[in-house]
Design a protein around this ligand. Structure first.
Ligand code: MG
Length: 306
């Protein structure tokens, strides 16, 4: 194992990794890997290769990789809801969709106040069934990872789809390019990455944390939780102890609940997103530009499915 796999900045991180476990490259051949989602019942991982307009599938039982869906509406972020269905952010569809149990695609939301979204990027399902997603402009900025198109909505916001009514509401409207998002394990806080530096030299490259109100949907104004030191934070996930595991330009970084950067896992490519998987949910799957990696850690994914 290369000694430089782990950078332990705090003793708390030493307890979250196995020094004998190494980063494994499982597959390579994508242009921009994103959107990992793990299906425990089938023991497979689905992820996006956005510019190639396809979803890939890694079968954990035999290590094989196949094309799961192509064309794929330039899908980006994914999650698996509590009924085991794949929920997808579609750049080209400019919507959030879900694959139903019978295999059909259902559009859950494609506009707000009559205007089409930009290009939904990442998504999370809360325990009450509400679906929260970010809507930056990356999928309509060019033809590389979607279809170039003008904005219809004013800005790039975070939205909530109500579980009971399907109504869409804007949850956060003061972001430049909202990107990855996740609730803390107790759902008292919502964390959202802002990758606005992609479009503005001094733009944000941080994760903000918002208090969730007693009604389960109202959000506080938020504060900066962590600022990225290499590249940007894109997608991220929590472990059951509330540690935040996030993508960066140099690999994976881990933040304690108090916001301390406690450690890093070096990855040889820019990481866009990650999720926990494996039968014990202690295997970190990492989507990193051209390749899919994994590493076993001494931590367990918080939301399940993820
Ligand atoms: Mg993203």
């Amino acid at each position: 194992m290369p000694a430089e796999t782990y950078e332990i900045l705090d003793d708390r991180f030493a307890r979250l990794v196995h020094k004998s476990a190494h980063l494994e490259k499982l597959w390579t051949g994508s242009r921009w890997a994103e959107g990992p989602a793990y299906f425990p019942a089938g023991r497979y991982l689905v992820w996006s290769d956005i510019p190639n307009d396809r979803l890939m599938r890694y079968d954990e039982t035999d290590g094989s990789v196949s094309t799961f869906m192509q064309p794929a509406m330039n899908q980006n972020g994914h999650t698996v809801d509590r009924q085991g269905r794949l929920v997808a952010c579609e750049h080209r569809g400019r919507c959030v969709s879900r694959i139903e149990h019978d295999g059909t695609r259902k559009v859950l939301a494609d506009r707000h106040d009559g205007k089409r979204f930009n290009s939904p990027n990442d998504v999370v399902v809360k325990s009450d069934g509400s679906i929260w997603f970010t809507d930056p402009s990356y999928g309509i900025d060019s033809d590389y990872e979607g279809d170039a198109a003008p904005h219809e909505v004013d800005g790039c916001h975070v939205y909530r789809i109500d579980a009971a009514t399907g109504a869409v509401s804007a949850a956060l409207t003061d972001y430049e390019k909202p990107n990855g998002l996740a609730f803390s394990p107790d759902e008292r806080y919502l964390y959202v990455a802002d990758t606005g530096i992609s479009h503005r030299k001094d733009g944000p490259r941080h994760i903000r944390v918002h208090d969730v109100g007693a009604d389960g949907r109202t959000l506080g104004p938020g504060r900066v939780f962590a600022t990225c030191d290499v590249g940007v934070f894109d997608g991220f996930r929590f472990d059951i102890s509330g540690n935040l595991w996030t993508s960066t330009g140099a690999g994976v970084s881990c933040y304690a609940p108090d916001g301390t950067l406690i450690g890093k896992i070096a990855v040889p490519e820019v990481v866009a997103n990650l999720c926990f998987g494996g039968p014990k949910r202690n295997r970190l799957y990492v989507c990193a530009t051209t390749s899919l990696y994994s590493i076993f850690v001494n931590a367990h994914g918080a939301t399940w499915p993820s």
